[in-house]
Design a protein around this ligand. Structure first.
Ligand code: 2AM
Ligand code: CA
Ligand code: CA
Ligand code: CA
Length: 263
């Protein structure tokens, strides 16, 4: 794969998709629900995914596409080149706030992250990485993450996971909130990974993310030294929904051993 030519192609494609999303603000948006009443999807999520898929199939035949809204391919192995796409990550924010959402895209070859993109559409901020070339926030090269401690960290976690639930040791998770300097919750996994890569937060944890939520961000955060795993310390799951933690390498082990424990 010629990564630099693909990188130029993808940046232009993402900017075009962002333009379409910004234009949608002046039209009527159709909102539907998926797995439950708070799991939203709009016609724009679907149209943007279809826009990407048409272009990728035309210009990169032979590549496979794994997209949230299901217009791509059924993926159950990681062989070959796979584009992992979330056309709008943070749909609830898109619907309610018209900001704080992103396009998220990762390109993987035989399971290895090659290219990663997170586009904050409303702020026109692009985070991206080409494997081995470092990560960028627009034109600014991001620095490798400096060592820190749990006590000095800002950790992104959704408040709903801090209520007692069937997945994690509740007392331990509350202990994390007490131990850290602060917590945040932005409502877009992709943006949370972009903020980790740019040093604005030190870790992001979620009980339940899908491959397209994390694929682009894992490449970007990986380029500055962040570690991305499941709660059991396995490599992040790129085939199905699973637990997920991305963290500064100096706090990742202790977060899992002391605070984020599966029941
Ligand atoms: P989405 O907006 O693309 O659906 C919100 O905390 C984060 O979790 C977002 O990245 C969101 O992606 C994702 N998310 C929202 N609802 C979800 C669900 N029912 N299952 C898994 N992930 C979800
Ligand atoms: Ca969704
Ligand atoms: Ca998502
Ligand atoms: Ca989405």
């Amino acid at each position: 794969m010629e990564l630099h030519a693909m990188d130029r192609y993808i940046k232009s494609l993402i900017k075009e998709a962002g333009h379409k999303i910004r234009n949608s603000f002046i039209s009527d948006i159709t909102i539907e629900t998926k797995s439950d009443a708070n799991d939203l999807v709009t016609n724009i999520d679907k149209e943007i995914e279809q826009f990407f898929i048409e272009r990728i199939r035309r210009d990169y035949p032979g590549h496979r596409i794994f997209g949230e809204e299901g217009f791509g391919d059924a993926i159950d192995d990681l062989s070959g080149v796979i584009w992992m796409l979330d056309p709008i990550d943070g749909t609830m924010n898109f619907v309610h706030q018209k900001r704080n959402f992103a396009i998220s895209l990762g390109v993987y070859e035989d399971g290895k992250g090659k290219l990663g993109y997170i586009y904050d559409v409303v702020n026109d901020d692009l985070y991206h990485a080409v494997e081995g070339g470092g990560a960028y926030y627009n034109d600014e090269k991001l620095k490798s993450l400096a060592a820190t401690s749990i006590e000095e960290s800002i950790v992104a976690i959704n408040a709903s996971w801090l209520a007692p639930n069937k997945y994690i040791d509740h007392e331990a998770a509350i202990g994390l909130v007490r131990a850290v300097r602060g917590t945040r919750s932005y409502g877009s996994a992709a943006l949370e990974l972009a903020f980790l890569a740019s040093g604005r937060i030190d870790a992001y944890v979620s009980m339940r993310l899908s491959p397209w939520d994390i694929a682009g961000g894992a490449v970007i955060a990986g380029e500055v030294g962040a570690v991305t795993t499941t709660f059991t310390g396995e490599p992040a799951n790129l085939l199905k929904q699973d637990t997920f933690i991305a963290a500064n390498p100096s706090i990742h082990n202790r977060m899992l051993s002391d605070y984020i424990r599966l029941k």
